[in-house]
Design a protein around this ligand. Structure first.
Ligand code: BG6
Length: 473
């Protein structure tokens, strides 16, 4: 393993900060999401409504606790911490000319604190939380005007933090919104609320196009601003396996993989791949894409491939094979007999990590950064102790496969950050009980609790992993 390997953890502003109305922050789309659970989807409400519960409003109070939390990350030896900037702290409505100084000051202090404690900030510019006003007033990323609003926001924060932050990413898991049947993803990725009976896929493709342009503009700006800055894309890397050797399944897995690969193809190669252009043509889709957009996209290609990894997906083209029917995995997903799942139904597949790393290495030959991987579990809290051996096993197995990909296969990977290094609010369900951290936060699903922090067994385990640069697992 390289000596400067970036071991660390990852969170996102809306899932930990809380203080949703502090420091003149505006409402973000995460602030109008209620809590759900494994069987109940989160509701997107029309503004904040009385009597509804919004778990992200308090988060885990990282806004007030971050100094204490960063001390604990330091104790584990973190080399980096990935988090995001809440756009609505900087531009409360999103379309203002001038930024909110209080919001900027908060991130100045936060990044200083990280640097003083020996960890590099790794920053996502948009992690599921654009200002809600942009949704109501402009329709979110349906609207080309979003490119300018996002670009202005990014310029302000890049200018301000260029000497504190080297690693940036534009859109978190930009590919999630391809799961168009699930209302949550197009909303959290792009602020899209579908109209009744609307043909959803072309709406999302158009929004994605505007994001590609915005991302490329920001990347190009960052490159010109400071040659030290590295800008990456971020995709949720869920590879698709064919359920059988039937060529129909093989072809299906290939076409499902393209829904993921199109994002890195564009952001790394700088142009739309032929398979996608062809799909649009065959469907008669016509989008607002200008020649100037295409030029921008060609110039603003990313420096590294950031990706999150939680699971693989197994797909079957056979109508007689029972589908999971879970819109997180898409319409063709089936059970994989070789893999166990978490209590939230996510297939545990460490080898899938090695597989996708190799796929990326072969296809793009640019550095990759694993910016999320983690195990969601309802930890048991017993007398101030949390024995999370299952989390240790999960992470150990994934790190082993990552090491094989790097050392045996030659993949160029610059870092690995464990998702939810301190228990965050779950994104998909809004629960607290789906915990990921090395640090337990005493907060319950309903928001009650002391918010006190406790070290889990995995805390001490990960400290060793970092200390030995992944030798001792
Ligand atoms: C990724 C997101 O999809 O997975 C995170 O980038 C999210 O925001 C993480 O929290 C885990 O998902 P969940 O639903 O278990 O919190």
């Amino acid at each position: 393993m390289r000596k400067d390997f970036l071991w660390g953890g990852a969170v996102a502003a809306h899932q930990v900060e809380g203080g949703y109305d502090k420091g003149h922050k505006g409402l973000s789309i995460a602030d109008v999401l209620t809590a759900g659970d494994v069987h109940t989807p989160r509701e997107i409400t029309d503004g904040i409504q009385e009597g509804k519960f919004y778990p992200n409003h308090e988060g885990i109070k990282f806004y007030d606790h971050y100094k204490e939390d960063i001390q604990m990350f330091r104790e584990m030896g973190f080399k980096c911490l990935r988090t995001s900037i809440a756009w609505s702290r900087i531009f409360p409505k999103g379309d203002e000319k001038d930024p909110n100084e209080e919001g900027l000051k908060f991130y100045d202090d936060l990044f200083d604190c990280m640097l003083e404690n020996g960890m590099q900030p790794v920053i996502t510019l948009s992690h599921f939380e654009m200002p809600y006003y942009l949704v109501k007033e402009y329709g979110g990323w349906r609207n080309r005007k979003m490119i300018d609003f996002f670009y202005n926001f990014c310029k302000v924060v890049l200018d301000r933090y260029q000497n504190k932050v080297k690693y940036w990413m534009t859109f978190n898991e930009i590919n999630n919104q391809m799961l168009v049947e699930n209302d949550l993803y197009p909303f959290t990725n792009s602020g899209i609320i579908f109209e009744k009976d609307e043909d959803r896929l072309p709406v999302v493709y158009q929004a994605v196009h505007y994001q590609f342009v915005a991302s490329a503009l920001v990347t190009e700006y960052a490159h010109k601003l400071n040659s030290n800055i590295q800008t990456g894309c971020c995709v949720a890397a869920t590879p698709n396996y064919p359920n059988s050797t039937n060529p129909d399944d093989i072809l299906l897995a290939q076409s499902e993989d393209r829904k993921l690969l199109m994002f890195t193809d564009v952001q790394i190669r700088g142009h739309y791949p032929n398979y996608l252009l062809n799909e649009w043509k065959n469907n008669g889709y016509q989008f607002d894409i200008t020649d100037q957009d295409l030029e921008v996209m060609a110039k603003g290609t990313v420096d590294y491939l950031g990706f999150t990894y939680y699971m693989s997906n197994t797909v079957s083209a056979d109508p007689n094979v029972k589908k999971l029917g879970d819109d997180l995995q898409g319409n063709y997903a089936v059970d994989n007999q070789y893999l166990k799942t978490t209590d939230w139904g996510w297939a545990i597949d460490p080898k899938g990590l090695r597989y996708i790393m190799n796929m990326y290495q072969d296809r793009y030959e640019i550095p990759m950064f694993i910016v999320e991987n983690g195990f969601g579990y309802a930890d048991k809290f017993e007398d101030g102790k949390i024995h999370d051996q299952n989390r240790i096993e999960y992470l150990k197995a994934h790190i082993e496969e990552m090491k094989k990909a790097i050392e045996e296969d030659g993949c160029d990977c610059i870092g690995y950050t464990v998702w939810g290094c301190i228990d965050p609010i779950s994104f998909t369900t809004g629960e607290m009980k789906k915990r990921y951290g090395f640090i337990y936060v005493d907060r319950n699903n309903d928001g009650s609790g002391s918010y006190k922090r406790y070290k889990k067994d995995s805390f001490y385990w990960y400290k060793k992993v970092i200390e030995t640069n992944g030798e001792e697992l």
